[in-house]
Ligand binder design. Sequence first.
Ligand code: PHE
Length: 349
Amino acid sequence: MDEKEVVSQDTLKDIEEIDKQVEESVQGVDSTRSLNEARNRFLSKAGAISALMKNMRNIPPEQRPSVGKLFNALRERTEARFKALEEILKNSELQKKLEAEKLDVTMPGISAPWGAYHPNTLVVNDLVSIFSGMGFEVFEGPEIENDYYNFTALNTPADHPARDMQDTFYISDELLLRTQTSAGQIRVMENKKPPIKILSPGKVYRSDDDATHSPMFSQMEGLVVDRGITLCDLKGMLDEFARKMFGPEVKTRLRPSYFPFTEPSVEVDVSCFACGGKGCRLCKGTGWIEVLGAGMVNRHVLEGCGIGDEYTGFAFGMGIERIAMLKYGINNMKLLFEGDTRFSKQFKG
Ligand code: PHE
């Protein structure tokens, strides 16, 4: 039987029309999404081919088998068309993905930002390395101290006027935030027999706050106790320290000063490493820069720690921030406390 003869021209036109539309919509497909949209338009339950099939009722019964075949063929053709398209699309999408994920092993890696040492840390590291080269060991005392270690044992009893030199944060009558790393001297001398040679870095606290003072700052303490230690030993050691810390030409000088726990007491200056001593802005025209306090350990202090007459010693203490500011030309102390990375990343250890 010739199907065409029993199928109406209208039905054949309908089928032809759908074929044409499928071809057209296939041209517009460029992604899985547009493919599914197009496919649904023809093949879903509400799609064009189903709609056509629903028309079957209106077709004369003798034509139905032939029309049914033609409709099924149309459906299969359309399904195959979209299937083929899907394959092509998948391949090209995979291709694109592979393209995008292509790894060039010769490209340089993404570097992680480097941290930097805080200037205080750089100074402490320098000091520890200079002094450990001279045989000093590091001792770290507590930041919360007894009044006894911070003052009384350092020859500064309760009514001593020298207590006014340091504005103290008290926690209770007995406890305070240490105002000086000198407190550690006592802890060491109570526990260790001479020879003693220690270096003690740490944070200290004073109720002080302006451009050159902070309520919390850092100090480095040094203590040497042995037989026959004199002020000359202190001076010789300071000379060595100054040359290593600030440059080989740098000299030191001692000026008389006062601390309750040293006698005699001195203020130590170094010759200006910026101008060589001629006078400049850094040294305020004097050619000298004050860097630390020092002196021979007061006999009362040694006695209080049970250290006999045969021993003498010297101690020194310096402000870490002050040294950092001098060494790195930092003009505002607050920069050392703000944690601004634009500042800190300029320092490399
Ligand atoms: N502790 C003193 C201060 O903070 C410094 C110092 C230490 C002086 C050791 C002499 C000896 O001012």
